[in-house]
Design a protein around this ligand. Sequence first.
Ligand SMILES: [Mn+2]
Length: 297
Amino acid sequence: MDIDFLTAPPLEFLGRSVPFRQADYVVIGIPFDRTSTYRPGSRFAPNAIREVSLNLETYSFLSDVDAEDLRIHDAGNLSTPAGVEETVERVRRVVSEVIGSGKVPILLGGEHTIAYGAMKALSGLGMGFDAMVFDAHSDARDEYEGLRLSHATFMRRAFEELGVRDIRYIGLRAICKEELGFIRREGVRAATALEIKGLRGGSHCLDALLSPTPSRYISIDLDVLDPAFAPAVGNPEGCGVYPEELLRILKRAASANVVGIDLCEYVPVYDDGSTGAQGVRLLLEAICAIEASRRGG
Ligand SMILES: [Mn+2]
């Protein structure tokens, strides 16, 4: 890939990397956490995720796929010396090139704002897609601490400025009045953590959200998981989704044509090893589920 702001990874995801032109999947680390407001440090996640991935078994019982057989290119890390606008523009450029080459980008955040760059790429390519966002928060404020584009506002900007209208939140449980007003006013769909657990509403809302579309972008903020399972995140939020609930939904979500995926908001400095193990396992299962779907399984 001829992009001057990518630097080679110190370790390769899963310990191997095929050349770019042979790849079906392209891993890109985005060590950016400039707008984090509570617990920064997700800039260290891309390399930490790679390190965890070296110590995992790669076979998925869920999808009967072994990730070590997949053609994955690790393109390294985006250099992110600049502010948020320049960073999302760089993400847009690299994701556009990967998708334009017929490959699936796998973004390793970084804070969640980087997903805006990926969605901007999809919009720019004229792709109709649904944005399936696994997150405790809606990230849909109009402004937060003086910023119009940040981890707390980027979904609002995606809706308003990128025209991303088919947003599907999974695991939502922490929201401010303004965001709730936006979601209700615009009819944005969500399966809340309570609905996933059957404490309110029914499973029909989840079924509707998982309905297939021509293409799907999957964005995973690790704080969707309960902090008992994933404490090392930027903004932990209790009463969250359990790993088996997330796995079940991810498997179904991957049955659509998934054109890109990200994993964000992991903050390794707070980790005793549990969050990394959980997050990277989930990412691996998601990739294997996408592969199984592409094979027609
Ligand atoms: Mn988020």
